[in-house]
Design a protein around this ligand. Structure first.
Ligand code: ATP
Ligand code: MG
Length: 332
């Protein structure tokens, strides 16, 4: 509730404020919900003047209703879908990563979370020519791995270097640094970090690696850091129109089922969640790069749909020739 204050809108001077307070009209809510004729009489002020004040206060302090059609138009004009570069993953995500949203990849060690993040970063920077912010909290990102993936996209050295330059990497290894980095990016640092170019994807691999060691203690500072990081990611996604991709570890639920880590509070942050697991065709110890990807949360697709995902997809050199063939066909 906002208290009435002298000068908060034209016509609300000290004298009128005192009269209003004497008539027990103390807040904006009191004034807009009162019988104006009665208040005008009590305060010896013109009804017209009070009516004008009420209009201004309503405009300043209330939310105007928006129609569903307006909301849908806004969605169409502000949302972009960013292909991950992998058809199976795009299918699960209903075409790709949506700007304005947080998407999560969860899975156990070696399930392929980082490989997918590298692939998405390379695809967005090379194919889509957009900038990517990559926050690496595990030390898993190497320039040579990115270059290796880029080499399967193009043999042109300049193109490879340009694509690498569009990926801005931050390495940080504790929750405090993650929180600070995200809040700097959210308050304008995103534009600065990208050298003024447009960033379309922010990747954090992994959120849980730095947050989960701090969860569950007596002081539970981890929970507060997690909520701060989560809010920064959500508002950054919305305010800057970027797609946010994060990774999470997995834990076992009460019935022994595998589920994403970080608990219930975090579960509301990603709009879509995908669980990566080794497939039966890739038993533990085997070096197969096939994974099963299950959609476990989505507002667009039925949950629990599964796709087979090949982690090597982004590194296959035959994609280069098939991509070139498609471009040639389109040109002719
Ligand atoms: N340089 C590489 N080239 C090709 N495949 C690789 C390479 N590095 C890792 N892999 C493959 O990718 C798989 C997934 O590794 P990745 O690091 O993505 O898992 P992760 O889910 O991020 O694990 P963690 O939770 O430990 O970070 C590995 O098991 C391996 O098969
Ligand atoms: Mg990893």
């Amino acid at each position: 509730m906002v208290g009435l204050q002298e000068g908060m809108c034209p016509g609300l001077d000290g004298g009128l404020l005192r009269s209003l307070l004497a008539a027990d009209v103390k807040t904006v809510e009191d004034l807009v919900s009162s019988d104006l004729e009665e208040v005008a009489q009590k305060c010896s002020v013109s009804y017209k003047a009070l009516y004008a004040i009420r209009r201004v206060l309503l405009a300043q302090h209330t939310a105007f209703p928006v129609s569903g059609a307006d909301l849908y138009d806004e969605l169409l004009s502000s949302t972009a879908i960013i292909s991950t570069g992998n058809p199976s993953l795009d299918k699960l995500l209903d075409s790709g990563l949506y700007t304005g949203e947080v998407t999560e990849l969860s899975g156990g060690p070696g399930s392929g979370k980082s490989q997918v993040c590298f692939g998405v970063a390379v695809h967005v920077s090379h194919q889509l020519k957009q900038r990517v912010i990559y926050i690496d909290t595990t030390g898993g990102l190497t320039a040579s791995r990115l270059l290796e993936m880029l080499q399967s996209e193009t043999s042109d050295r300049d193109e490879q270097m340009e694509a690498l330059q569009r990926i801005h990497v931050f390495r940080l290894f504790d929750a405090y640094s993650l929180r600070d980095r995200l809040s700097t990016l959210r308050s304008g640092g995103l534009l600065q970090a990208s050298g003024g170019g447009s960033v379309k994807a922010v990747i954090v691999d992994s959120v849980s690696a730095v947050i989960s060691p701090l969860l569950g203690g007596k002081q539970n500072e981890g929970m507060s850091l997690m909520i701060q990081a989560a809010l920064a990611l959500k508002t950054m996604a919305k305010d800057f129109g970027v797609a946010v991709l994060v990774t999470n570890h997995v834990t076992r639920g009460g019935r022994g089922e595998v589920q994403p880590g970080l608990g219930a509070s975090w579960s509301h942050i990603p709009r879509s969640r995908i669980l990566l697991e080794r497939t039966d065709r890739a038993p533990s110890g085997c070096s197969s790069t096939l994974r099963s990807a299950t959609l476990i949360k989505s507002s667009r697709q039925p949950c629990l749909i599964k796709e087979e995902l090949d982690l090597q997809w982004w590194s296959r050199s035959e994609r280069r020739s098939s991509g070139k063939r498609k471009r040639d066909e389109a040109d002719s």
